[in-house]
Design a protein around this ligand. Structure first.
Ligand code: NI
Length: 388
């Protein structure tokens, strides 16, 4: 059975919510208006229980099926936060909050899960309990971890948990998933090379941190090319460099920072250790000191095998078998749904957003034509995993 029958009526309403959320983007944990909108809607739909303030500003809605004798509880998660980007879509519902925009489609994720909550609250055609989870701070603030640490799984007895993200470049109406790692860890490093300043014309009287920083950059790239199994994906990107004030002065220090992305917890830990060791050794070999700060980011997002199979089968029900890729290549971006799947088995699926600008781009917009697919995916999930 393809998209849910009543979707035609629901779609206009979900689109309206999506555009309201889009016009009012909020950052990080400060998603107060969005969380209020979500909680108000869940109340209107007649959800059995609505809890706000989970993981600071997260919202959870509980919907019991007609029957609960199966004892099953399935969690479905959407994210609510936006990004610090100035919107350039020119859409009539473009951001009204200057400098902020929904450039990752979390407006669409939230609206679709709300649509499913409305439908499931009305029909309740399942045996068990659906828990809809709306999290803050996906974009770097670890809102998913905050909710897990606030007892999300235990308080609502969640047994399995599922997430979804739109995917620009993939046609609308298609899904893609894979078992195992699907998104990367996201750690950051900050290196200060402490040399010794001097006149640029007397370099031998100083310790040039700019030249040493260049060696560090080159050295760190060999961790990917020489220390890591070519079949094991790893990215080290040095994205910031800062040094110096004039062409005739060798500065005292140079700063480098960047990110490490890995799909494998072991490679991740080895790389963090090696970056630190190598940067320090290179600096020392030139007579400089290194001060190094590592900041842990999200762990890799790893799909569980059984739940991936279930998610794939549900996507196939909605989209058709030939429109679901069950072995998509992982991506090296990060996703804090990782924390939820470290707490409970689950699966994270990608859904086509069509030929739109890429995620985190000022011209990106969530594609409202994808709404029936995402919403139907959530509805069918409740009805399929907890059949009445
Ligand atoms: Ni996102």
């Amino acid at each position: 059975m393809p998209v849910v029958n009543q979707m035609a009526e629901l779609q206009d309403e979900i689109t309206e919510w999506r555009r309201t959320i889009h016009a009012n983007p909020e950052l990080n944990y400060d998603v107060h208006e969005t969380a209020t909108l979500v909680a108000t809607k869940l109340e209107e739909f007649g959800c059995d229980e609505i809890v706000t303030g989970v993981g600071r500003t997260g919202v959870v809605g509980v919907i019991h099926g007609k029957d609960q004798s199966s004892g099953k509880v399935v969690g479905m998660r959407a994210d609510m936060d936006a990004l610090p980007i100035t919107e350039a879509t020119g859409k009539p519902y473009a951001s009204r909050n200057s400098g902020l925009m929904h450039a990752c489609g979390h407006d669409g994720h939230t609206a679709m899960l709300l649509g499913a909550a409305k439908y499931l609250s009305e029909t309740r055609n399942f045996d068990g309990t659906t828990v809809v989870i709306f999290q803050p701070a996906e974009e770097g603030g670890a809102g998913g971890r905050a909710m897990v640490e606030d007892g999300l799984m235990e308080r609502f007895n969640i047994q399995e948990v599922y997430g979804l993200h739109n995917y620009p470049g993939m046609p609308v109406g298609e899904f893609a998933i894979r078992s195992g790692p699907v998104m990367a860890s996201t750690d950051e490093f900050f290196i200060t090379v402490k040399g010794k300043g001097s006149h640029a014309a007397w370099p031998h009287l100083g310790v040039d941190p700019v030249m040493i920083a260049a060696q560090v950059i080159t050295g760190l790239q060999t961790i990917v090319s020489r220390n890591t199994d070519p079949l094991d994906q790893l990215v080290i990107s040095i994205t910031m460099m800062e040094a110096g004030t004039a062409t005739n002065i060798i500065p005292d220090t140079a700063k480098l920072s960047g990110t490490i992305r890995s799909l494998n917890p072991e490679t991740r830990n080895d790389t963090i250790e090696r970056v630190e060791k190598m940067a320090r050794a290179i600096c020392e070999s030139y007579g400089a000191d290194a001060s190094i700060k590592m900041v842990s980011g999200y762990p890799p997002t790893v799909n569980h095998e059984i739940q991936t199979g279930q998610a794939k089968a549900i996507a196939e029900q909605v989209a058709g078998e030939d429109r679901v890729d069950g072995n998509v290549s992982p991506v090296m971006g990060g996703e804090d749904f990782a924390y939820m799947m470290n707490a409970r088995p689950g699966a994270f699926i990608f859904m086509g957003n069509g030929e739109t600008a890429s995620l985190h781009h000022a011209e990106y917009d969530f594609n409202d034509e994808a709404i029936p697919y995402g919403t139907s995916y959530w509805i069918r999930m409740a009805e399929t995993l907890m059949p009445a």
